[in-house]
Design a protein around this ligand. Structure first.
Ligand code: NAD
Length: 257
């Protein structure tokens, strides 16, 4: 079954990986629903730009992924949801004994609980349509850990587990659920970690990128948002119809170490 004309809802897609996935899906003929918590002119302008350049319908729907009712409302407001990409994310880095409770709560809400709520709302829509793809953007940190990222690592391991449950619950239906596990991708989320890391290690920007960020990424290259979009498009293809309940790493060899 072709993905042309299907509708994808991509949480947290005005920036970085979510936006890269939106572009690739739109180029593949998939209608995209962009989302973020803000409701600015720029958010709607991104959707218009995608429509103008790809000829595919793109819309922006505001919804705060830290709020359960807004997660569920996003699926309703999208009008259709053949492909659900749970991508919204934030980061906070601190030792566990100093980790602020409100940051822990926000990370778990935005990166784990939101996917529970959107998936719960989307599955009946997919079942009615007779086809569906749930794609969770986890991380190499869904399979391994790093110090100072307790909430992030917990949320990402959690979403890998939830992906498997969704796959088992939909195994006899034309619906699949998988997690993509990127290594480092140079997005605003990662850019935001560079200044603190420079200060922490007394290093310059290039040194932080090479010796800290890409230290565990054997390719020594960032993965790109376009590559992640291509991976998502593949998971939507017929070739991937029997791929379910698993993880696909796009991490330059990180998890092979
Ligand atoms: P980013 O900061 O560029 O984009 C995050 C997006 O999430 C933005 O559109 C932002 O507006 C949105 N968002 C944040 N809080 C939200 C909320 N409460 N409600 C709705 N939207 C919200 O980050 P990114 O690097 O593109 O990360 C996207 C996903 O990829 C995250 O889940 C992240 O954990 C994961 N990831 C990123 C990397 C990386 O190296 N960049 C690696 C592995 C996994």
């Amino acid at each position: 079954m072709s993905v042309q004309g299907k509708t994808a809802v991509i949480t947290g897609s005005t920036s970085g990986i979510g936006l890269g996935i939106a572009w690739e899906l739109a180029r593949g003929g998939v209608k995209v629903v962009l989302n973020s918590f803000s409701d600015s002119d720029e958010d709607h302008a991104i959707a218009r730009q995608i429509t103008d350049e790809t000829g595919t319908e793109a819309r922006y729907v505001q919804a705060d992924m830290s709020k359960p009712d807004q997660c569920r409302a996003l699926i309703g407001e999208a009008g259709a949801c053949d492909i659900l990409i749970n991508n919204a994310g934030i980061q906070h880095v601190a030792p566990i004994d100093e980790f602020p409770t409100e940051k822990w709560d926000a990370i778990i809400a935005i990166m784990l609980s939101s996917a529970f709520h959107t998936t719960a709302a989307a599955l009946p829509v997919m079942r009615k349509a007779g086809w569906g793809r749930v794609i969770n953007i986890a991380s190499a940190h869904g399979l391994t850990a790093s110090p100072y990222k307790s909430a992030y690592v917990a949320a990402k391991h959690g979403i890998v587990g939830m992906t498997k449950v969704v796959a088992l619950e939909t195994a006899r239906e034309p619906i699949t659920a998988n997690a993509i596990c990127p290594g480092y991708v140079l997005t605003p989320l990662v850019e935001g970690q560079i200044p603190d890391t420079m200060e922490k290690y007394g290093m310059g920007r290039e040194e932080v990128i090479e010796k800290v960020m890409l230290e565990r990424q054997p390719s020594k290259e960032f993965a790109t948002t376009g590559q992640l979009g291509g991976t998502a498009l593949f998971l939507c293809s017929d070739a991937a119809a029997q791929i379910t309940g698993t993880t696909i790493s796009v991490d330059g060899g990180w998890t092979a170490l």
